[in-house]
Design a protein around this ligand. Sequence first.
Ligand SMILES: Cc1ncc(COP(=O)(O)O)c(C=O)c1O
Length: 433
Amino acid sequence: MSGSDKADRRERILRAAVQQGLLEPETAVLAGFVDLDGVNETVTSLRSAFPDSLRVLHAFAAKANCLVPVLEELRLSGMGCEVASAGELAQALEAGFAPEHIVFDSPAKTRAELARALSLGVAVNADSFQELARLDEILAARRSDSRIGVRVNPQVGAGSITAMSTATATSKFGIPLEDEGNRRRLLQTYRDRPWLTWVHTHVGSQGCPLDLIARGIAKAVEFAEEINAHLGHRQVTGIDIGGGLPVNFADDETTPGFDTYVDHLREHAPALFSGEYEIVTEFGRSVLAKNGFTAAYVEYTKTVGGRPIAITHAGAQVATRTVFAPDAWPLRIEAHDPHGRAKHGRPVRQDIAGPCCFAGDLLARDRALPLLDVGDLVVVPDTGAYYFSTPFHYNSLPEPAVHGARIDADGRVTFRLLRPAQAAHPIPALAGR
Ligand SMILES: Cc1ncc(COP(=O)(O)O)c(C=O)c1O
């Protein structure tokens, strides 16, 4: 789908949402939308980027959008699911994923969570030597069909967002490969545990250049080869290469694509394509971000210190990262009229604020847009992952509804409710009033 198609679909979905009452200035002032056709197309491009000859499970990172109906759609399109908490595991199971298509990553798995994953047959990636010791205890008492791996930190360094970079020298994730003694200890760990058959790595999420990601994965693949050479047989049969394909938030072009990512992998980690290994991927943002948008009404406008400000209903509760770290997470904003039609007036520099009660609750500062009026709609593209799906409950603001949209061959838009709006807190009756 081209960039202009994406923008056109967004406007069609928005206008249909207004017509069908899914956005309404009193009762539905904020909503999230997921373009389900777009999601399908993205999953197809992910699947076709890897050669058919390889056994690959593309496990969607549930943290990116954990709504059960979204996970269901992804399951039906052929994906597995990566989960990083007991809550996400429950959501993946509710969405119908077979346990063997679920991968459990987290640096803080409790004994009970590990035992449950192993009894279900969910794949587990151990994050530390201490977690491996817990797995020893559980597996001494019962056998399991789970595929079990170790998350290694290839320590290849950070991308442009430190908070999202997991392969730094001191990252909290995984077992650092280059720390004194760790390689030797890991080789012995695999020797002592024939059930350890996978190697996992995840270099980072957003802001990591493809070369950095590919170099990190290459180190994990080389380490898998080293283990198998050391043991004299192919004990490691699978490599989980994580997610992290960066998303372009600047415009509607989907760059880089999964093909480009695979080209980098071929160059840096050719052994991954030998057919000797099963592969798991764990993409989240690159599957959902560009297939979702947020829409909110402008409730008021004012001019302060000479600058126009639009007070909208979308702020830190749905765009938490952007509000608290605006330089790392800039978002585009589009101005639409009350019917959802794009506004084309002369661009005016203005702030786009949210409803939260703190001064920094701004979606964008000093942004040139057609001047927003009361009753207009702002659209925030690229928010299908890590935004409205995981709201922040500041000011007791309710979770907004999320709607899935499809557009048929005649241009008709149909919606599927993916999450109902949270009911407003009822005002208690006060005695004597
Ligand atoms: C272990 C792991 N896998 C996959 C992902 C998904 O990353 P992304 O959404 O950037 O593809 C994350 C993100 O934090 C992660 O920690």
